[in-house]
Ligand binder design. Structure first.
Ligand code: IPE
Ligand code: IPE
Ligand code: MG
Length: 251
């Protein structure tokens, strides 16, 4: 059982760039696809761990806008893997109270995968233990672009003026609408970059990078990330003293 102080420093929303599957396989002399399949095991484990720890939202970067540039065979293997994993895990996810939500440009995704995504969202819509957001065919720039398009249409329709647009309007038109921004961002696989993940939403997220490859990212590695997060002081532009005073008044 968590103590009160532990609960208050647990991130409510964790967002992960699951990187390093290909290198994990290469190290073993295996094809890249083996790494992706092993990566699904890490996903299953992290979802369970988030539920048991009480993390309320987990966002996973599964396939980026740029990943379409990979060899055709790898792209189709990833889509197939995605479909089979969804097929085999949906019942268990639903049973465990996981609400699924997909973000990204669905127009490029094969129709059968799109259907599976829609069905999974509908089936799990009332679940409340964990919101699992999966970013597929997702790019932060795409997300901002489509939000701008929606706002521009409202301006064209005379419902809004350019000067009225504020940060709220933008956030409300991003694909993550109604999902609070991530508290903790984790990137596995050693690279120190955002790779077009959640650009707007990461404005004040705590960033954590680890060399651990995604298929090796286990509970121990996740605990290390959570412990690191717990030591951070989130200041949101204020001074350390102001932040402390605020924390005390909220305690
Ligand atoms: C991340 O692992 C999974 C996807 C991008 C789909 P990679 O496939 O990028 O693995 P590395 O970075 O080549 O090791
Ligand atoms: C980011 O990983 C995308 C996902 C993990 C889905 P990449 O492996 O595609 O990132 P880059 O290309 O090395 O920046
Ligand atoms: Mg990679």
């Amino acid at each position: 059982m968590n103590t009160q102080s532990e609960i208050s420093i647990l991130p409510a929303h964790v967002a992960i760039i699951m990187d390093g599957n290909g290198r994990w396989a290469k190290l073993r002399g295996e094809p890249r696809n083996k790494g992706h399949r092993q990566g699904v095991k890490s996903v299953k484990n992290i979802v369970k761990t988030c539920i048991s720890k009480g993390v309320s939202t987990l966002t996973l970067f599964a396939f980026s806008s740029e990943n379409w540039k990979r060899p055709r065979t790898e792209v189709s293997l990833l889509m197939e893997l995605f479909l089979t994993a969804l097929g085999s895990e949906l019942r268990e996810l639903d049973k465990n109270g996981v609400r699924l939500r997909f973000i990204g440009d669905r127009s490029d995704i094969p129709a059968k995968v799109q259907r599976a995504m829609e069905n999974a969202e509908i089936q799990t819509t009332d679940n409340q233990n964990l919101t699992l957001v999966i970013a597929v065919s997702y790019g932060g720039q795409w997300d901002i672009k489509q939000a701008v398009q929606q706002l521009a249409r409202r301006i064209e329709a005379g419902e809004l003026t350019a000067d009225e647009i504020n940060e709220r309007h933008i956030a409300d038109n991003l694909s993550t609408v109604e999902i609070p921004p991530p508290d903790l961002f984790i990137r596995t696989g050693g690279e120190r970059r955002i790779s077009n993940f959640l650009l707007w939403q990461l404005a004040y997220t705590e960033l954590y990078f680890t060399d651990t490859l995604w298929p090796d990212f286990d509970d121990q590695a996740f605990s290390e990330a959570l412990d690191d997060y717990a030591k951070r002081q989130r200041r949101y532009g204020m001074t350390p003293e102001q932040t402390q005073a605020k924390q005390v008044s909220h305690a």
